[in-house]
Ligand binder design. Structure first.
Ligand code: URA
Length: 448
């Protein structure tokens, strides 16, 4: 049930002027704005102007908390406090949210992995827009798998399997859905205040007991530098804590894609490889680290997630989780009809494979959508054959482009024209996020 705003009404232009002139909005002004916008009583151009004023002039901590609370109040709240296993044991809940990156399939192995240790994972996910992929688009590559679940179905699956990855219902923070679509087309996505309140309103309304935020930093992320990412993480952790949710954030590198795949079916396959005890080292490392954080936030400190990947326990939960949503976990995944391979131009050490360029290429190949109503190609994407740090020889395959529509290859290849750096020397120059020793760790910082 939404808790509609009942305070005094305002003039939208006065509120825009106040923020334009660096004023502080009151709780009533914010509550009225979000409520009136959700009802259609504030025009899109007025909200666009207010968003731009917020992007340029910011909001204080109290304003961000009030903005977030107003977005939560625009819709329903979920409640997992009554969740039990079929034999009556109380189930704690824990969730993870990534701010979005390229090749980020971590949710797929992570949700079943955490469930192995008796903590439930209600993972409400979205579809991709632009160059960052969407978890639901990836899972829909699995024949039969269904993203839309009713509330009762979701609770039953959490109780019986322990993990659900499904679409967030339209009733959860509807103000954010409308606002995010507007920000997307008005150059106002990159406001720390608006990103923090957007993400946290959905997570707090979802009602998870604990939350781990994976805040991506680098060329393929919203936050291009560590200072910005740290500010975003701090803001979100404070919002979560204030709402009574155990919340921590990891800042993780997104200068280069995670793993060796960016797409839908090819990312599912990579996730299954991880669940099978294999897969790329960076995907395994981040999956295990996030699982430890999610479990610790839910009060489980003695778990060994790496062992549960090696011994098949996480794979068992994955198969039950996919089957519970109509999917066939053993079915062959769709394969793109056409492919084109890009090769190394010279001998040397690969020092850079740009995440943003790979994400844009995968999107242009059909793995992502330009408009919400577009369909995605399950088999499309980019498969990497080498990662930064690898030695390569001229003519060696570096990436394979995959699509059902060969006419998409030239624009995808154009996106990748400057994506790769090969250095003749020993590869000591390492652009992007590096630590004091010049190395590029995957987890850059932990904010609690
Ligand atoms: N993800 C969200 O849900 N909201 C934002 O504003 C940015 C990323």
């Amino acid at each position: 049930m939404s808790t509609a705003y009942t305070g005094p009404a305002f003039d939208a232009v006065d509120i825009i002027r106040a923020k334009r002139d660096r004023g502080t909005l009151t709780a009533d002004q914010i509550g009225w704005t979000i409520d009136a916008y959700t009802r259609g009583a504030i025009a899109e151009e007025q909200m666009a102007a207010l968003n731009m004023a917020i992007l340029l002039n910011g909001m204080g901590r109290t304003e961000i908390a009030q903005w977030t609370a107003a977005m939560i109040a625009s819709g329903e709240r979920m409640d997992f406090s009554g969740l039990r296993t079929p034999d009556g044991r109380v189930l704690a809940t824990t969730d993870k949210h990534s701010t979005g990156g390229v090749g980020d399939k971590i949710t797929l192995p992570l949700a079943p992995l955490v469930a192995v240790f008796g903590v439930a994972v209600p993972q409400l996910s979205g579809r991709g827009l632009g160059h960052t992929g969407g978890t639901l688009d990836k899972l829909e590559a699995i024949p039969g798998w269904r993203a839309e679940l009713g509330h009762a179905e979701m609770m039953r699956q959490l109780s019986e399997v322990g993990a659900v990855i499904c679409a967030a219902g339209a009733g959860l923070a509807p103000a954010d859905k409308k606002l995010y679509a507007l920000r997307d087309v008005t150059g106002t996505v990159e406001s720390i205040e608006l990103i923090a309140s957007s993400i946290m309103s959905k997570k707090i309304a979802e009602g998870t007991g604990a939350l781990v935020l994976d805040v991506k930093v680098g060329s393929g992320a919203f936050m291009k530098d560590v200072d910005q990412a740290r500010r975003l993480a701090r803001t979100m952790v404070d919002l979560g804590r204030d709402a009574g949710m155990a919340t921590v954030a990891l800042l993780t590198g997104m200068d280069t894609p995670l793993g060796l795949t960016a797409g839908n079916a090819i990312e599912v396959q990579e996730a299954v490889d991880v669940l099978d005890g294999g897969g790329p080292a960076d995907v395994v490392e981040l999956t295990v680290r996030l699982a430890q954080e999610m479990l610790a936030a839910a009060g489980v400190h003695d778990a060994d997630p790496a062992a549960a990947l090696r011994d098949g326990r996480a794979m068992d939960v994955w198969r039950r989780m996919i089957a519970a949503q109509g999917g066939d976990p053993l079915a062959a995944l769709p394969v793109a009809r056409e492919s084109e391979t890009l090769t190394a131009a010279s001998d040397g050490v690969l020092t850079r494979v740009d995440a943003l360029a790979v994400g844009v290429a995968a999107w242009r190949l059909g793995a992502g959508r330009a408009r919400r109503e577009d369909a995605v190609q399950a088999g499309a994407g980019v498969r990497l054959h080498a990662k930064p740090g690898d030695t390569v020889r001229a003519g060696q395959p570096l990436m394979t482009l995959l699509s059902d529509s060969p006419d998409r290859f030239p624009r995808a290849a154009a996106a990748l024209a400057d994506a790769v750096t090969i250095e003749a020397g020993n590869g000591q120059t390492r652009p992007g996020v590096v630590d004091a020793s010049g190395a590029r760790p995957l987890v850059l910082e932990r904010i609690a």
